[in-house]
Design a protein around this ligand. Structure first.
Ligand SMILES: Nc1ncnc2c1ncn2[C@@H]1O[C@H](COP(=O)(O)OP(=O)(O)O)[C@@H](O)[C@H]1O
Ligand SMILES: [Mg+2]
Length: 256
């Protein structure tokens, strides 16, 4: 796949927002072996930046390194101009980074409201209650089932709870690991268009990783293609989605 820095430069950076979250040459892995190498990207307020890549490309590893779950081997993470490379997950949550992991994103035995309260663990009790009300207002479907346990929710409703939980602390940056995993194609599109895109339009900076490449590119202001842990090409989402080489890699695989 050819790199597209010239194409990307022509198509976009002038329109990009001031970066809020910046990764500089981030390298991370397990037991000293890098899985993700030298990844640099930037996410501005109100932007969706997608990282697409096949299963095993290193997407979740990248996000673990950004959110303090895995110590980076090299490179830096910068939030609003401050180096946050070696901060813990809790410190990052306090600083405004919300994270929805790929799995174990809600507590099955807790109700919708209890899950949201867990997401607001850093807040004083009264604020937590107010925030639960505010967050439920963003997800009308959840508003009618505050006492339902997560294990009785549909896949789409669970994802809403996971997103809602991450919103409890009013993050400036939201980091989403495959929010459409296990959802039908229709539901995937609806989560991306009606929830992820809408949150960005309200001002949140969103770093989204997805295996569902085309659905993610559709809503992405900017996107990177991750192959074997490296960002091999980048550009505006719709521009990448129309490139034959990218269609071949992703549609070719899906068609097998
Ligand atoms: N905890 C871990 N320990 C060792 N290797 C891991 C661990 N988690 C993931 N890997 C390996 O890292 C590679 C990338 O995994 P991952 O980041 O989960 O990819 P993706 O999210 O793109 O599917 C895979 O080869 C996987 O086996
Ligand atoms: Mg993953």
């Amino acid at each position: 796949m050819p790199t597209s820095s010239a194409e990307a430069a022509a198509a976009g950076p002038a329109a990009r927002r001031t970066p809020l979250l910046v990764l500089e040459g981030l390298t991370a892995g397990y037991g000293g072996d890098p899985i993700v190498s030298d990844v640099s990207l930037a996410v501005g307020e109100g932007e969706v930046v997608a990282v697409i890549g096949a299963n095993g490309a290193g997407k979740s590893t990248l996000l673990k390194a950004v959110t303090g779950r895995l110590a980076p081997m090299r490179g830096r993470v910068i939030l609003a101009g401050r180096d946050t490379t070696h901060r813990s997950g809790h410190q990052l949550a306090r600083m405004g980074i919300g994270y929805v992991p790929q799995t174990r994103d809600v507590f099955d035995t807790l109700t919708v409201t209890e899950n949201l309260e867990m997401g607001g663990f850093l807040l004083p009790k009264a604020d937590r209650r107010r925030r639960v009300t505010a967050v439920l207002a963003i997800f009308p479907q959840l508003q009618s089932m505050p006492e339902r346990r997560a294990l009785r929710l549909s896949g789409g409703e669970r994802k809403m709870v996971a997103l809602a939980r991450a919103l409890m602390l009013e993050p400036r940056v939201l980091i989403l690991d495959e929010p459409t995993a296990n959802l039908s194609p229709d539901l995937s599109r609806s989560v991306l268009r009606e929830q992820v895109r809408r949150l960005a339009d309200a001002g949140t900076a969103i770093l989204l990783v997805e295996q569902k490449a085309f659905e993610a590119l559709e809503i992405a202001d900017w996107a990177h293609v991750l192959v074997a842990g490296r960002s091999v090409t980048e550009g505006p989402g719709p521009v990448l989605a129309s490139r034959p080489d990218i269609r071949e890699v992703f549609l070719g695989r899906e068609a097998v």
